[in-house]
Write a protein that binds this ligand. Structure first.
Ligand SMILES: Cc1cc2nc3c(=O)[nH]c(=O)nc-3n(C[C@H](O)[C@H](O)[C@H](O)COP(=O)(O)OP(=O)(O)OC[C@H]3O[C@@H](n4cnc5c(N)ncnc54)[C@H](O)[C@@H]3O)c2cc1C
Length: 539
């Protein structure tokens, strides 16, 4: 056997070339560090590279989503719609990669299978699934909160003889639905977008729904040249508004409590929010709808009425109406005619709580009372969120400790950016980080700037090792749970709560996000830095 080639050595390795990995690479270069990015896909863009399903588009206003750090990029890029479709956002990511000349330091088609810390050398060694290795002082994960797709835990998936696609592994070539019998499994944010689009051309469409969600209208519209000029002139103000809002969206909560407002005025306010674009109805609603049951009941009743108004068949409307959670306590899908789809003669809703799917057969989907023949199955069954992409890498810290074991009962982190026992490892958009509850690029910029400043701080002092102390990690993890407690969403099973019935081991509630809001999170990170990176052991 020929001797093993020595693994190439870098100052930093980044895993993932979505927006997080792209911006991190740019900042590492500015620090004068040698860096290598490993990306499983064949191109940049992460989410926007993989999720090519019909109907995929932003829920964030496009002009609040793009990077804000570069005047040049802001000046050169025009958005064509207020909520851009996936192909446009992918083009944006490619444009950024070109402008910053990022690709020369990215290895595509390279999925990292393991990352092991070598304490003696103070180096991380990563290995791809193909066996290529590389070493670096710092390891930065940019592997995405929604990048580990999950298939449903239904027997027979591999038996199906027709065409089948998961929405997050969608073919790069167009998929035709014309005249076909299409089955869609899943009605989360992705399913809602895909169903609305597929229904336009499918011969028949059968939607298999387990948990209905409260969906709100997107109200997308084009941006013409004049409107884009006006947006560009307002960029500083737009980003400032995002910076100050809880989840870095353009929408700010109304300072009033729902029940303080007379009923008629409250209804008018809900109507107004329902008629406005984007997440205003969720993020720009009365301040207490997500924390007070009685306040939440008012908006929930309003949304229930809207479904009844929009869906002609009362039985279908009832099946589409959530009964196990109030509005906003799970991710709100934004839609463009979703409910009206169920008024079409070619569309049928199957409520799998009443008639569970027993198996996928060679020719379709068999429920407890019927076999639904299909030519094409779309799995809109989402992701093993936030921790899933970590679980899929064998990450080992000091003493060979596995991250998967350490997080078996839920993640423990310091600031959602580091983990005791895993020196020099940073987790961008990781669990317990404000980014999981965010208009994400706004939080990506904060994460990357903070990590880069810490690396610069170490560089200036000739230090080479940083590790969160167990005490700081305990305190932060405790704080994460405390802040979560006041939210109604922690009383509901959802991916935010670490629940995924399609993934063994993800049946216990924990909390994956940070619910204190992005401004409080940023303040805390800044305070930690100002105190010489309090809570970190540096040497
Ligand atoms: C359909 C969809 C719509 C969304 N819409 C919005 C929206 O409107 N607004 C919003 O704020 N957020 C939205 N999000 C969230 C979105 O994920 C973030 O906005 C953002 O793209 C995250 O960027 P990222 O770089 O952190 O992660 P990602 O974009 O997920 O990129 C992670 C990258 O890491 C790679 N990777 C993972 N594991 C490995 C490995 N082991 N080895 C090598 N590479 C690996 C993946 O291939 C991927 O390319 C949406 C997500 C989805 C799925």
């Amino acid at each position: 056997m020929p001797p093993l080639e020595p693994a190439p050595r870098y100052d930093a390795i980044v895993i993932g070339a979505g927006l997080s990995g792209m911006f991190q690479l740019h900042r590492l270069r500015e620090l004068g560090l040698s860096a290598r990015v490993f990306e499983a896909g064949s191109g940049v863009g992460g989410t926007w590279y993989w999720n090519r399903y019909p109907g995929a588009r932003f829920d964030s206003e496009s002009w609040t989503y793009g990077f804000s750090f570069s005047e040049e990029i802001l000046a050169a890029w025009d958005w064509s719609e207020h909520f851009a479709p996936q192909p446009e956002t992918l083009r944006y990511c490619e444009f950024v990669a070109d402008r910053l000349d990022l690709r020369r330091d990215i290895e595509f088609d390279s999925r990292i299978a393991s990352a092991v810390y070598d304490a003696a050398a103070n180096l991380w060694e990563v290995a791809t699934t193909g066996g290529r290795r590389a070493r670096a002082r710092f390891l930065i994960t940019a592997i995405g909160p929604l990048s580990a797709p999950t298939m449903p835990a239904i027997p027979g998936v591999e038996d199906f003889r027709g065409e089948a696609h998961h929405t997050a592994a969608w073919p790069h070539e167009p998929v035709s639905f014309a005249g076909k019998r299409v089955a869609v499994i899943g009605t989360g944010a992705t399913g809602v977008q895909a169903i609305t689009e597929i229904a336009k051309t499918a011969g028949t469409l059968t939607v298999f729904q387990r948990t209905p969600n409260w969906c709100a209208p997107l109200h997308n519209s084009p941006i013409d040249a004049g409107a884009m000029r006006a947006i560009r002139a307002r960029y500083p103000e737009i980003f400032e508004t995002c910076r100050e809002s809880f989840g870095c969206f353009i929408h700010k909560a109304d300072p009033r409590n729902a029940l303080e407002v007379p009923a008629e005025e409250r209804e008018a306010f809900y109507e107004q929010r329902y008629a406005e674009p984007g997440f205003g109805i969720w993020m720009g609603n009365f301040r207490d709808i997500l924390i007070d049951e009685a306040a939440n009941a008012t908006i929930t009743a309003f949304m229930r009425r809207k479904i009844r108004e929009r869906v002609k068949d009362p039985a279908v409307a009832a099946a589409l109406t959530p009964t196990n959670h109030g509005f906003g306590t799970r991710r709100v899908p934004l839609e463009s005619g979703y409910y009206e789809v169920y008024n079409q003669p070619n569309v049928r809703l199957v409520d799998v709580r009443r008639t569970p799917i027993e198996r996928i057969t060679a020719t379709g989907v068999r429920t407890s009372d019927e076999t639904h023949e299909a030519d094409l199955i779309v799995y809109a069954t989402g992701f093993d969120a936030v921790t899933g992409s970590f679980d899929r890498i064998d990450i080992r810290g000091t003493g060979g400790q596995r991250l998967r074991d350490k997080w078996a009962r839920g993640p423990r982190t310091y600031l959602g950016l580091q983990i005791a026992g895993f020196p020099n490892l940073f987790t961008l958009v990781g669990p317990h980080n404000a980014a999981t509850f965010c208009n994400i690029p706004r939080c990506i910029e904060q994460n990357v700037e903070w990590v880069s400043a810490l690396l610069g701080h170490m560089q200036a002092r000739g230090w080479s090792r940083v590790e969160a102390t167990p005490r700081a990690e305990d305190a932060w993890t405790e704080h994460v749970f405390e802040t979560a407690q006041r939210l109604l969403l922690t009383k509901v099973n959802s991916w935010m709560m670490g629940i995924n019935t399609n993934v063994p081991g993800k049946e216990t509630r924990t909390f994956l996000a940070y619910a204190g809001g992005a401004p409080a999170y940023r303040k805390r990170c800044d305070e930690v830095a100002a105190k010489g990176y309090e809570g970190f052991a540096l040497s």
